[in-house]
Design a protein around this ligand. Structure first.
Ligand code: SF4
Length: 403
């Protein structure tokens, strides 16, 4: 497939496979991404697997897998949407137009699935954003079985006894989720241990991939990078063993590829801060202008503790990641990435209608601007469709300016 033939995000994935024709590993990762939702729904409908909709990242992923269930990230369903699907949320459910398009797309997709035989259970998360809290409430009224845990939050001075109380509280919440998932509070802790070990192992392997990419900056292009890390590393596209095998293969490919001195000379290292941009043309614009996304905000990744009981490990991991002032911590990670990679610029990406992320981006833009590190602040939508020519022109101009 050629770039001129691309009409949708699915086409972009196909096109990206053509671009990576030299790499069976990247092709496998792209296939896993493209088939994630449909394969999970099929396995569920055929009775081969249990599956639920969930955020698909964080503490719940090892837990859900340990309960023999596939966590299907609802955000991945939203990205298959178009404007018509998004309008269902506005017209039928009366979501205000300015609501984040990620939420509206997901609501539209759940609406279309209401009277079908697909997955009808949603694990929400009270700490998610308000529009999603509303979406889950509405879906419950529409007949979905929705479970949402309480809000978890660790204030800046919470340590010692207070922190221990929070951990105890969340351990109980985890057992509540197990009960909702399986009908019993009994959890196979050995299985959870295996899942925690898998997560830590994969975090290490992806660190290796990122290190190797510094010598091979163009081997995995931007879209594949984002899907492999922002989505795959979180939930393994519903197929943990296959995802890990693809990562192992990628490491092998990168280790066996000779370093290209011209690539190292010409590359414009960039750090990506934000969600998974759904308008895939953005990645094409970065690639065409000679940029390479070598750093992401989610790096370095936090390991789960293996020296304590596995449920406690999930709870402690959560409170280590759900602290107040997260925007400042994330900025520190960004700065670390920029320094380590000698990055020439930052791409700050978020969705239209997400007020809290836009505050973070503005804060980072100002901070890095004062430090003399250029950045571009982009807002995109979640539904399928080519990005506007204006966005592409801005990205190309930004990356070319850094050259
Ligand atoms: S982008 Fe912001 S508003 Fe949209 S779902 Fe995510 S957190 Fe919520």
């Amino acid at each position: 497939m050629q770039i001129e033939e691309v009409q949708s995000q699915r086409d972009y994935v196909e096109y990206c496979k053509t671009v990576h024709s030299y790499s069976p590993a990247v092709n496998k990762l792209l296939d896993l991404s493209a088939s994630y939702v449909s394969d999970a729904e099929k396995a569920y409908q055929e009775g081969r697997k249990k599956a639920i909709w969930s955020n698909g990242y964080g503490w719940e992923v090892p837990l859900i897998y340990a309960c023999d269930t596939i966590p299907v990230a609802f955000g991945e369903m939203g990205r298959l949407s178009d404007k018509e699907v998004m309008l269902i949320a506005e017209d039928y459910y009366q979501f205000p137009v300015e609501t984040c398009s990620m939420v509206k797309c997901t609501v539209g997709q759940w609406h279309l699935r209401r009277n079908t035989s697909t997955i009808k259970r949603i694990l929400g998360n009270g700490s998610g954003c308000e529009p999603f809290n509303l979406a889950w409430e509405i879906m419950e009224r529409e007949g979905y079985d929705v479970y949402s845990n309480d809000v978890v939050y660790r204030g800046p001075t919470v340590e010692g006894k207070r922190l221990e109380e929070l951990v105890k509280f969340f351990v109980e919440e985890i057992y509540d989720v197990v009960e909702w998932l399986t009908g019993s509070r009994k959890l196979d802790e050995d299985k959870l241990k295996v899942e925690i070990q898998r997560k830590n192992r994969l975090l290490n392997k992806l660190r290796t991939v990122l290190e190797l990419r510094r010598q091979h900056p163009f081997y995995v292009r931007s879209l594949a990078t984002i899907l492999m890390l922002n989505v795959g590393l979180n939930n393994y596209f519903g197929k943990p063993e296959e995802y890990e095998a693809a990562i192992d293969l990628l490491i092998e490919e990168l280790q066996n590829t000779p370093v290209n001195a011209a690539d190292l000379k010409n590359v414009i290292p960039l750090v990506w801060a934000g969600g998974t941009g759904q308008e895939f043309g953005i990645y094409e614009a970065i690639d065409q202008a000679g940029g390479a996304l070598l750093g992401l905000r989610s790096v370095p990744f936090k390991q789960y503790r293996e020296d304590i009981p596995p449920v406690e490990s999930l709870a402690r991991w959560l409170y280590d990641n759900a602290g107040a002032g997260a925007g400042v911590y994330a900025r520190n990670v960004l700065e670390h990435e920029v320094d380590k990679l000698n990055a020439r610029g930052l791409i700050l990406y978020g969705y239209i209608g997400c007020s809290f992320a836009s505050v973070d981006r503005e804060m980072w833009r100002k901070y890095f601007h004062e430090k003399g590190i250029p950045s571009i602040n982009l807002e995109g939508s979640f539904q399928t469709g080519a990005p506007s020519g204006q966005v592409l022109t801005r990205i190309k101009a930004f990356v070319e300016m850094l050259a």
